[in-house]
Design a protein around this ligand. Structure first.
Ligand code: ADP
Ligand code: MG
Length: 276
């Protein structure tokens, strides 16, 4: 086990963190037997990685023991996005037999005060993560191996929840191979981008894996920056549709609220003022 230092974490605004809580609740309602969940999409850039990470984090924040697995071994953005210092070994090393599970498992500590999960008390919480590792020449074969099967069995046994980020199923087959071993799979769909036919193709491919399809996570839904209308349009329409409205509040608002902490100091000041 090694420590992962996240240098540039995203900070969710109120609506986005509420949406992740709703998603957490919906996954809880899928039943106790759903603890290993893969997330995929039709095409790249539909918000899979961010969604998987934030979802894992919101489960971890309630005190659950959570493992986040970056299984997009072809195009992992984890290290670069979060400014994680170079630590070579990851899933590809484990699957190739070059490392043990414990060597590739990292521990991330989060400070509650930098997050907005209001049910939390002061202090820290932890999440465990396995990064993708070096790009292997044969990702699909590695995922088909018994070692991956053993890995999932181990993870299910040792963690309350396991969330697996995968490559887009419209491009490569990996996500279906991963889903075959999972209790459930959810598909992120970027608002306004994906044709019905493509989505249907991906869902049919997932059906062949015989994995339970938990539902769709609708991301980057354009909603107003004003909280009142944003709330009713984004959150509720998402909620009643069985979808999750992924909190896209116009580009500027997104940069501020969901980007890389430009508002952080600002927020601290405000909080300090409020506490006076
Ligand atoms: N809900 C969202 N609202 C706005 N932008 C988002 C959202 N989710 C992801 N993004 C942005 O979209 C891009 C792709 O996201 P990412 O999670 O890497 O997608 P994928 O893993 O599906 O390729 C990133 O730049 C990310 O910051
Ligand atoms: Mg990704």
């Amino acid at each position: 086990m090694y420590k992962i230092e996240i240098e540039s974490d995203v900070e969710l605004d109120y609506n986005a963190s509420e949406a992740f809580k709703a998603l957490r609740t919906n996954i809880n309602f899928c039943g106790k037997d759903v603890s290993v969940v893969a997330i995929t999409s039709c095409t790249p850039n539909e918000g899979k990685s961010i969604t998987t990470y934030e979802l894992a984090k919101t489960f971890a924040s309630t005190g659950k023991k959570v493992l986040y697995v970056d299984a997009d071994m072809r195009k992992s953005v984890f290290k670069s996005r979060f400014g994680v210092a170079a630590k070579g070994d990851g899933l590809s090393h484990y699957l190739s037999g070059l490392a043990d599970i414990d060597d590739v498992t990292g521990e991330i500590s989060f400070q509650n005060e930098t997050h907005q999960y209001d049910e939390l008390e002061a202090g820290t919480y932890k999440m465990y993560a396995i990064i993708a590792g070096a790009v292997p020449p044969n990702p699909s074969e590695l995922l088909e191996s018994d070692r991956f099967k053993e890995f999932i069995a181990y993870a299910k046994e040792n963690y309350d929840y396991v969330f697996i980020d995968t490559p887009p199923l419209g491009a490569v087959i990996d996500a279906a191979i991963i889903a075959k071993r999972c209790d459930g799979v959810a598909v992120t769909v970027k608002s306004g981008e994906i044709s019905f036919r493509l989505a249907q193709k991906v869902v049919n491919q997932l059906r062949l894996s015989q994995c339970r399809i938990l539902g769709v996570i609708y991301t980057m839904v354009p909603i107003s920056t004003k909280r009142s209308s944003g709330y009713s349009k984004g959150y509720y329409s998402g909620y009643y549709g069985g979808y999750y409205g992924g909190g896209y509040y116009g580009k500027d608002a997104y940069e501020k609220s969901y980007g890389y902490y430009p508002e952080k100091d600002n927020k601290k000041e405000k909080r300090a003022k409020k506490n006076k």
